[in-house]
Design a protein around this ligand. Structure first.
Ligand SMILES: [Zn+2]
Length: 201
């Protein structure tokens, strides 16, 4: 499996995983330097060969607005909620045919709710349809967990695979505790991706 290349800010803060081509472009343009490369592999371009970058570091510091980092996307939302409907408690593997995970607004948009982390939860399509434009307690639905804003780092990495070298940079910047929590989430994601027999009656 080809993981992306981990891009660090000039401060060594891990920013994101970028596709290999984009990483090389940044290096060729002098906007980034290769911090770690896969010594076994070379990337060939028309003019020259490059070491295969695994970690790059931007040469100039870029300011990443907090708001941008914490934008709610379904990928991260589902990861935060461990791929589990926050009303009926079923996870991806337990959904029926044609059911899917969706984003539910606890206070519906039509009633002034917004797209912030504290107002969105993962819901199966069935529960979401049933809830419609209601507040949960208006129709006797209850949230398993109150939605909170996650540490963006946990989520960014929960939905991706880190190579051991990339993990080293996460640990360097955030400490071993954060890395462990990320790995725990990663592991949980993997569990859900595997077929489980006879879970759904
Ligand atoms: Zn549900």
């Amino acid at each position: 499996m080809t993981a992306g290349c981990l891009a660090l800010n000039s401060s060594f803060e891990p920013l994101t995983l970028v596709p290999l081509r984009r990483a090389l472009r940044l290096v060729i343009d002098g906007k980034a330097e290769i911090v770690e490369a896969d010594g076994e592999r070379l990337v060939r371009s028309a003019r020259q060969n490059f070491p295969h970058p695994v970690v790059i570091r931007l040469t100039r510091f870029i300011h990443v607005p907090r708001r941008f980092r914490r934008q709610v996307t379904n990928t991260f939302l589902f990861a935060r909620d461990h791929y589990t409907c926050q009303y009926c408690g079923r996870n991806t593997m337990q959904l029926r045919h044609r059911e899917s995970l969706t984003r539910d607004h606890v206070v519906p948009l039509s009633r002034g709710g917004t797209n912030v982390w504290t107002n969105v939860v993962t819901a199966c399509s069935g529960c979401n349809t049933r809830k419609a434009h209601h507040l949960p307690d208006e129709i006797g639905m209850q949230l398993l967990h109150a939605p909170v804003e996650p540490h963006f780092v946990h989520l960014s990495w929960a939905v991706r695979r880190l190579t051991p070298i990339q993990a080293k940079y996460i640990r360097l910047f955030y400490g071993a505790g954060v890395l462990h929590r990320i790995e725990a989430l990663e592991h949980r994601g993997a569990t859900h991706a595997m077929p489980t027999a006879g879970k759904r009656a």
